[in-house]
Design a protein around this ligand. Structure first.
Ligand code: PMP
Length: 460
């Protein structure tokens, strides 16, 4: 590579500053400071351009690297596959594509078909498109509406932003697509109904039914929800919520689409988040942990019942799912995913996520006892959040600058943590933790020790 050697990292920093448009962050600060460049990773740890070591408590910042960094066996599997057969459009099959689909479906009783693509947004778009086509094929063009929930996130495309429950991430990108309708969130900590526990869960689900009735059930095709809301503030559903949601979908013939882009692949201590709640979805979308970021791969998984609706008559060339994702035919994705899945199974990482999740929760609850600023601790498995408030009674969120200071304070202590999207005042003020599923007790303790120190430094 021109102008680059391992010893010339300052050139890399300059090239980055001059030409890379980073995701999510503002660039003004780079005029005086440097962007963080991650140069190496191993296990739970990464190193930046200055040789500083961090424990990554958020798996690549956005809950992705489930099996940890530096997995040579995944690199080997991808290399072997690429030199044999790197790509062929998805109208044909490939060996790793077929084998991974079979293995994935073994983990998802009730599901049947895997549609390959490249990102979480894209997988969700595929499901939306299928829902729309079903509306046209089966319901005379009715049932095109897709319900989504306040605070849930499904991606950055115009379609998925139309199903975006975090206003701050969509408000500057309209006009959005029609026939996406919002339902209320289910967060008991910031309750919208005077109830608690299972009663709260039922009320939050009943609120979805009210929206369906107001819209007209004959116009609603699908309901798309995260099993546990991720970037919107790590929102775990109250008991009874999901049972009632499922019941409502069945009652009104509404397809249930579960967005497992974050929760999937062991993150919550089961293979998939929805499996905690006895849900039988019609669509499950997956991305991040499918290959832990070793290759770009996403899946829109459906039941055979959904697939059957598209099994079309060869006499009518228009009658099938008229869609392609060019890079859905890359074999690097399923080759990496297969080895990723083998690692998760052989190393017992789903079980480890459940076990280490209990320790993480216990440590965070101990911090809650100690730091008045912690209003709520939420999550499941290695997917947890701390909501910070100025006052436990009023639940007024802490200032955004304080959240940033805690995140920076953790980095100073050698731990990278995350924070939910928080630019709407009063909404998101949650620190996020999603370490790799290989985390040990010592890793978990090091993470929460850093949080303890940073909270003490910022809030006293
Ligand atoms: N769904 C959820 C729940 C997500 O958290 C994300 C990404 N943060 C997406 C979908 C979109 O995935 P991608 O960025 O791969 O398009």
């Amino acid at each position: 590579m021109d102008g680059y050697t391992d010893n010339d990292i300052s050139h890399v920093v300059e090239a980055d500053k001059a030409h890379v448009w980073h995701h999510l962050v503002q660039h003004k600060p780079f005029e005086t400071g440097e962007p963080r460049i991650i140069v190496e990773g191993k296990g739970m740890r990464v190193w930046d351009q200055n040789g500083r070591e961090f424990i990554d408590a958020v798996s690549g910042a956005v809950w992705t690297v489930n099996v940890g960094y530096g997995r040579e066996s995944i690199a080997d599997a991808v290399r072997e596959q690429l030199v044999k057969m790197n790509y062929f459009a998805g109208a044909a099959g490939t060996i790793p594509g077929a084998v991974f689909a079979e293995k994935l479906i073994e983990k998802m009783p009730g599901m049947s078909r895997v549609y390959y693509c490249n990102s979480g947004s894209e997988a969700n778009e595929k499901a939306f498109k299928m829902v729309r086509q079903i509306a046209h094929k089966r319901y005379g063009g009715k049932k095109t509406k897709i319900l989504y929930r306040d605070r849930d996130y499904h991606g950055g495309t115009i379609g998925t932003m139309s199903a975006g429950g975090q206003d701050e991430r969509v408000m500057q990108y309209g006009p959005l697509a029609p026939d996406f309708v919002r339902v209320p969130h289910c967060m008991e900590y910031r309750a919208q109904w005077d109830a608690s526990g299972a009663e709260y869960g039922r009320k939050a689900a009943d609120a979805i039914e009210e929206v369906i009735l107001a819209e007209g059930p004959e116009t609603v095709g699908a309901l798309c929800l995260e099993p546990i809301t991720a970037g919107g503030g790590v929102i775990t559903p109250p008991p009874g919520y999901w049972e009632r949601v499922q019941e409502i979908c069945r009652k009104y013939d509404i397809l249930l689409h579960i967005d497992e882009v974050v929760c999937g692949m062991g993150r919550t201590g089961k293979w998939f988040g929805y499996q905690h709640y006895g849900i039988e979805p019609d669509f499950v979308t997956l991305a991040k942990g499918v290959a832990s970021g070793y290759a770009a791969i996403a899946c829109c998984v459906t039941t055979e019942k959904v697939f059957e609706l598209f099994k079309s008559d060869p006499g009518d060339p228009l009658d099938h799912f008229r869609d392609i994702s060019t890079f859905g035919g890359c074999t690097a994705g399923p080759a990496a995913a297969l080895e990723n899945m083998r690692i998760i199974e052989d190393e017992g990482l789903v079980e480890n996520a459940a076990k280490m999740g209990e320790r993480l929760m216990a440590n965070l609850e101990a911090l809650e006892e100690k730091h008045e600023v912690i209003g709520d601790v939420r999550g499941l498995g290695l997917f947890q959040g701390l909501e910070l408030v100025k006052d436990r009674a009023t639940k007024e969120p802490v200032a955004e600058s304080d959240i940033a200071a805690v995140v920076a304070g953790c980095a100073e202590r050698g731990v990278i943590i995350g924070a939910s999207n928080r630019s709407v005042p009063g909404l998101n003020n949650v620190l996020c933790f999603s370490p790799a599923l290989i985390a040990t007790e010592a890793d978990i303790d090091a993470i929460t020790d850093a949080v303890d120190g940073a909270l003490g430094a910022v809030f006293g």
